[in-house]
Design a protein around this ligand. Structure first.
Ligand SMILES: O=C(O)CCC(=O)C(=O)O
Length: 306
């Protein structure tokens, strides 16, 4: 059962120049091209794109599972986030607010409202699922795919554990994820090698919300984040930078250092853009306090998730 439902706050659209691409990076084709120089490239650029990294049977099963979850009344994961406009859709269905009362009555009101909504309407607004590896083995199979785990362990320099699982379902016209560093969202030591993996489950283009990354930007270390359109790096900080865009086909992925600045623009198309994202960290790394993280990344980042 879903334990928390959230809504993105309605925000103005981003300036187009925030996602102007200054090229697309070279990629590795499949795991058998994974050579020692890949580690050097990862250390230099802060990411490596791997094409045809996840076999079709795995990614297509994961996509099918997410499409079912997007349409369902109860996606059976820990968190679901909808685009902001969905809150009004639910409130109209219920004839009352869904944001009032304690967590228990809010959850009950939400469940009643959800049952009155057409599956296609739910799917048209869903943005993100989190925490599903215990309830959805098909998605867990992607996170555990052996060549991927082996690559992550090489880059992290030790055996790793999964610290976060997300499905990023940018719906038609779904909003931007502003520029940020994922490390700013984790209560983990700043020197820890946290690896993100972002996996395309369909075609990803600049128009439907491709990943943009600031090549080499991880080396500059942590950047203070502010609550603007999200908990993010300020637009002024990104002005004049020359990011690259990462268009992909289903089954391609990018492994990235959690200190690399990255973001995705608004989906300008009428189709979903489907992706999975997992984060791994060395098993020896212990959690630190939220205060430690906020002292580094900024006081406005309490209880956030990326
Ligand atoms: O997939 C997206 O749109 C953005 C994902 C991302 O950067 C994040 O959640 O950290």
């Amino acid at each position: 059962m879903v334990s928390h439902v959230g809504f993105e706050k309605p925000v103005p659209d981003h300036a187009p120049e925030l996602y102007r691409s200054y090229g697309t990076p070279d990629a590795v084709s499949g795991w058998d091209r994974w050579a020692p120089d890949v580690q050097a490239r990862y250390d230099r650029d802060g990411f490596v794109v791997v094409r045809e990294a996840i076999p079709r049977e795995l990614w297509s099963a994961a996509l099918e599972e997410l499409q079912l979850m997007a349409r369902s009344e109860d996606a059976d994961c820990s968190n679901v986030t909808y685009e902001g406009a969905f809150q009004q859709v639910l409130e109209r269905a219920l004839g009352a607010g869904v944001d009032a009362g304690d967590e228990e009555s809010r959850t009950a009101a939400m469940a009643r409202a959800m049952a009155r909504i057409e599956p296609e309407t739910r799917a048209a607004h869903v943005r993100k699922f989190m925490g599903f590896t215990r309830t959805h083995p098909t998605l867990k199979a992607v996170a555990s795919y052996q060549p991927l785990r082996a690559a992550v362990e090489t880059l992290a320099g030790e055996p790793t554990r999964l610290v976060q699982s997300m499905a990023l379902v940018k719906p038609p016209h779904g909003r931007e994820k502003p520029w940020h560093q994922d490390h700013a969202y984790f209560d983990l030591p700043i020197e820890a090698r946290v690896c993100g993996v972002w996996i395309a489950l369909g075609e990803v283009t600049e128009e439907n919300g491709a990943m943009f990354m600031l090549r080499g930007g991880h080396a500059g270390g942590p950047i203070v984040h502010f609550q603007r359109r999200d908990w993010q790096i300020c637009d002024t900080e990104m002005a004049g930078s020359r990011p690259v865009s990462l268009p992909m086909q289903a089954g391609d992925l990018v492994i990235f250092d959690a200190k690399i600045p990255h973001g995705t623009p608004t989906n300008r198309t009428g189709q979903h853009r489907w992706a999975l994202q997992f984060h791994y960290v060395g098993k020896s790394v212990e959690r630190v306090s939220q205060e430690y993280r906020l002292a580094i990344f900024g006081e406005e980042g309490k209880d956030v998730s990326c």
